[in-house]
Write a protein that binds this ligand. Structure first.
Ligand SMILES: [Zn+2]
Length: 280
């Protein structure tokens, strides 16, 4: 899938954070937000470490830590928060989706970190699938990419299982490359993980205001962001501990993407596998 990255990105215009960060203000908005359930999904877990073979920093630990910090921040803001996992356990993707879909008035925030064989690969990227998810994706990406000392890899549309199967607005944010020396070092800092959580929380709180502001300026839409090819996660066989490594071979397969696009990821290794090594 050696499509030019430039086609897949958009740069969010510079905006005044002051106008966005105010979040909710009116009583009606506060009431609406108080009735919103945020389902936080920490990527990977248990035997599914995430990342690529030989990766020094375990993705599953980073995602859980950011997720738990985000939980605290959103709960303090009055949101009802549900975690798909709150410890180092493996949760299959269909279970994560089922949890999300049990909250009709919810939004789904999936947290991952990226990895690549090329250690220079870096940056923040955010994924969405349904049109209804774009405001959330735009807002989360606006804050995370704006708050991180990392390149902006853009908002991208892709049919990851957890994005495609969730019926509520859903976003998957890749909080940087753990295989990159700088971003890996950042990620290992608790204060930086707190910063990431704060930016994601700001995106959740600002998901309406960011969109409305962007809509009046140059902004990507569901139509202008092409749907990237993806591997159908539903055709995977039952997961097991040995699948994790297998899934991680995908980065090399992507390079020679002429090969059939059959799924081979573990049901728990979604974004660890498919989002890698596109920096071309
Ligand atoms: Zn991942």
């Amino acid at each position: 899938m050696p499509r030019k990255l430039s086609q897949l990105r958009f740069i969010i215009p510079a905006l005044s954070i002051a106008t966005l960060a105010c979040g909710t203000s009116s009583a009606a908005e506060r009431s609406r937000e108080a009735s919103t359930t945020v389902v936080i999904d920490a990527g990977h877990g248990g035997y599914d470490h995430g990342g690529i073979p030989g990766q020094r920093i375990p993705e599953k630990e980073m995602t859980l830590d950011v997720a738990q910090r985000l939980k605290g921040l959103l709960a303090a803001s009055g949101y009802r928060v549900v975690m798909t996992r709150d410890s180092d356990v493996f949760v299959p993707l269909p279970t994560r989706v089922a949890i999300a879909n049990s909250y009709q008035n919810g939004i789904f925030v999936c947290i991952h970190f990226n990895s690549a064989n090329r250690i220079g690969a870096d940056g923040i990227e955010t994924y969405f699938y349904s049109r209804d998810s774009l405001p959330l994706a735009s807002a989360v990406h606006y804050f995370v990419a704006g708050g991180a000392p990392s390149p902006n890899r853009g908002v991208r549309r892709r049919g990851y299982y957890v994005l495609r199967k969730t019926k509520i607005p859903a976003v998957l944010v890749e909080c940087g490359f753990l295989t990159n020396p700088n971003e890996g070092q950042y990620a290992q800092s608790p204060s930086y993980r707190q910063k990431l959580a704060e930016e994601i929380a700001a995106g959740v709180r600002g998901r309406f205001s960011v969109t409305s502001t962007l809509s009046s300026s140059r902004v990507a839409t569901g139509d202008s962001i092409p749907l990237q090819s993806y591997t159908d996660q539903t055709n995977v066989r039952s997961s097991g501990p040995s699948r994790s490594k297998h899934s991680n071979k995908r980065s090399s397969r992507i390079k020679s993407s002429k090969k059939k696009k059959r799924s081979s990821e573990s049901t728990g290794s979604e974004a660890s596998a498919t989002s890698k090594e596109r920096e071309g």
